[in-house]
Design a protein around this ligand. Sequence first.
Ligand code: KG4
Ligand code: ZN
Length: 338
Amino acid sequence: MSIILGIESSCDETSAAISVNGNIESNVIASQKVHEKYGGVVPELASRAHQQNIVPVIQQALEDAGVEKPQINGIGFTQGPGLLGSLLVGSSFAKGMAIALNIPLLPVHHMKAHILSHFIENPKPEFPFLCLTVSGGHTQIVVVKSYSEMEVIGETLDDAVGEAFDKAARILGLSYPGGPEIDRLAAKGNPHAFEFSRTDVPDLNYSFSGIKTSFLYFIRDKIKTNPNFIAENITDLSASIQNTLVNMLLAKLEVASIKTGINEIAIAGGVSANTMLRSRLNDMAETRRWSIFIPKFEYCTDNAAMIAIAAHYLYCDTAYKGVDEHMLSLTSMARMKF
Ligand code: KG4
Ligand code: ZN
């Protein structure tokens, strides 16, 4: 029997989930609205909100799943990467609870958990598969060889694609997080209305800082002659920047599939909620004969279901050695590498 409590607190979502033998029985998410007016996540406010939310969120997850605390076999928590203060709230709580219940503490890598969100429901991908992991902090192409063995074969050299969405949205005066706002407006716009110059980098890597700057300069120039340029073109601007970013993502993913010979393709992370990315991936699946795996919307952005699933596999792993091995150095969490 494996009853796992998963806790996610890496950024601005406090979440708890229960997995029973690898099936998600509850997934409670408290999103922090406090950051909206600042146009981005304020780390100190995020940690404080996690502190307020963590107890009720865990209680709700237990109640929804019909699980009592003594029944839990292990506690999974986001070890990193993420905001240090936010990670500390989740990890300290997880440690305290694991010690009190005398059960294993299961540290989970946030980006690996995004990838393992594909194992929450059926159909599940087969190993090895390629995963494009796209979030507010990461953009990577990963060869997923097993539940634990993953190789990054390409990644952004500067900004993450989610950051590019959020910064473009900010230039357009949209609220945070900007990705969903751009997605919503883009549905009514022409994706080919405007072109922005982009930086190409070698191999399977990405660069998104250049496109952000060229978007900013493009708009600045237009505003000089027409102060209402943004308001008059908001849907076309959103559709065009979204089209550019999605094209960049898929071009490298296509090369990665050819290079590795892997046709089992998944996407994960917050940006995998993007409508255009999802539909273009569907189109590519037909032309390139890919088997594709797109997470449900609720499992795209940060959630504890993916942490509980990742922890479930860790718990089941026979190589698992025991609680003491996982008493981590908290200061290294925010800098964690894949
Ligand atoms: O995975 P996530 O929830 O948190 C991190 O681990 O970073 O990803 C958050 C990112 C934000 O940049 C947000 O704007 C972006 O995912 N995002 C989207 C959409 N929904 C969330 N970007 C584009 N289109 C969306 N529909
Ligand atoms: Zn995430």
